[in-house]
Design a protein around this ligand. Sequence first.
Ligand SMILES: *Cc1c(COP(=O)(O)O)cnc(C)c1O
Length: 431
Amino acid sequence: MAYNFDTQRVRAGYEPEGHKYAVSPPIYATASFDFRDVENSRNLFNFSEAGFLYSRIGNPTVAVLEERVAALDGASGAIALASGMAAITYAIFNVAEGGGRILTSPYLYGGSSDPFRKIFPRFGISFDFAKNIGNPELLEKEITPETKAIFVESISNPNTTLLDIDAIAAVAHKHGIPLIVDNTVATPYLYRPIEHGADIVVYSATKGLTGHGNIIAGLITESGKFDWKSGKFPVFSEKYYTLRDKEGTPRSYLDVFPQIPFTTKVRLDYLNYFGAALSPFDAYLAILGIETLSERLAKQSANALKLAEYLAANKRVSFVRYPGLEKSPDYALYKRDYPNGAGGLLAFGFDGTDEQKEKFLNAIELFHFHVNIGDARSLIVNSPQTTHGELNAEQQAEADIPANLIRISAGLEDISDLTADLEQAFAKAFN
Ligand SMILES: *Cc1c(COP(=O)(O)O)cnc(C)c1O
């Protein structure tokens, strides 16, 4: 029976039976797993039996996290990794093996856009920062024969831009390429990209998905619906000896794992050989965090909306970016696609000198001042100088990150304590 979202976030991927009837998923702190016998060892290597071999490529605690997030995303499969950056890197390598181009949104996390410009090209993968990400008809003209995928963020970090993912997915599919969505800020509670046409979803599970600011983790999920046989992605149809059947005949990822070719190839090629494995301890903390995903995101969305309204009415604020505000340019998309709220992230323009802005940040008492997001505690940061400090002035302008932007990630505190903290910091900055 298919349970609903709130049941799945506490139950999916785990049955006490088979785990000594432990109600809470155990932490399997083991590097390796005994073979039952020689036949079992043979079966594991020809994929005729499922099981665990070695914790770099699979671990029962990590598997609970993978299955749980796959269920929440409506995905055919998932793979957990040691960080969000590992998830992004492996997803990009996996889709553009041998080189190619990725068409990407200009509205990205700084840790993504910097290596997209600087490091991936050294591996033969170049990124085109779309001029028309908000206009799918024009976006189509930016796809070249070398384009291997489109990469976007559902709610962008830091300026909370929303995109018409359904329309972008349609454009991608018309050209036989997959759409990869970084759904870190939204989490599956607010937005399930696969339901809107995405083929691959990546997460920093460090952020709101797990929500307590106590681990670094990442995930990739896949829809299981993309057609990898078009000719653009030969590695999925190529026969490998490592995927051989019982008779020793080489097989392809699509032969052996037709429902989960993408995440399995990430597991057996990239996780296996590049090695960014998630520890079972961190997987356990992630599972625990996801148990309260819905309540956290609902409260954070409510707090963020009130903070956005407070800031919009403040004469020391030149703009507020929050899709849940009626005058936001993204309000129509928000109403269409985000029935559960607009999330905890918002940004505003500080209307004062740099010196006043620094006084304001130094005067903040309750908000934490650092680079994370999605924590149970509220966070504030001057993104252009920190989280997006890799970008030069021109790149920040392209990414729509004005120099006076301040990013807030709303936590679970009492809203009047949060607004009072901003109020006293504004007062100190301007007296
Ligand atoms: C933080 C973040 C990442 C990177 O994740 P890590 O877990 O820190 O490696 C990727 N994308 C977005 C949108 C993020 O906010």
